[in-house]
Ligand binder design. Structure first.
Ligand code: DQA
Length: 155
């Protein structure tokens, strides 16, 4: 089982950017955490970070046929990007939206999420743990689906 973990703009600045909101750990610490979580869960995770909306669209499109699911933190593009939503709808891969901070408790302009309607679940305000929860959720969903397929009567 292979999951793509995508982080959007400014997430490479973790540890430097607003530590009171996003914590004191760096992006590379997040990558190590995600890698260790995937290993524990017995799944494979490939991680990418970009500051560019179009690159996120490209990465989502290229995930088709290569990955079983996507964990995405689109950063500020969460609140603005119809292009990222359209890419997610196009590939139809099981997707979970993650935010490190407690977005519902923040500014009004952060209360819209375009990507949410293409996601099975949204996890906010749990810091790095949200990524582990997202991986575990996708693993369970994908395992259930595979079992359903096995049990389906053959024509
Ligand atoms: C974020 C929340 C967004 O509102 C913000 O623009 C980010 C990070 C989070 O992880 O909490 O860049 O997605």
């Amino acid at each position: 089982m292979k999951i793509l973990v995508l982080n959007g703009p400014n997430l490479n600045m973790l540890g430097i950017r607003e530590p009171e909101i996003y914590g004191e750990h760096s992006y590379s610490a997040l990558c190590e955490f995600v890698e260790a979580s995937a290993r524990e869960l017995g799944i494979e995770a490939e991680q990418r970070q970009t500051n560019h909306e179009g690159v996120l669209v490209d990465l989502i499109q290229q995930a088709l046929g290569r990955f079983d699911g996507i964990v995405i933190n689109p950063g500020a593009y969460t609140h603005t990007s119809i292009a990222i939503l359209d890419a997610a709808k196009a590939v139809q891969l099981p997707m979970v939206e993650v935010h490190i901070s407690d977005v519902p408790a923040r500014e009004a302009f952060r209360q819209v999420s375009y990507i949410r309607s293409a996601c099975l679940k949204t996890i906010t305000g749990k810091g790095f743990d949200g990524y582990r929860e997202a991986l575990a959720f996708l693993k369970d969903r994908l395992t259930e689906k595979a079992q359903d397929r096995e049990q389906a009567p053959r024509p």
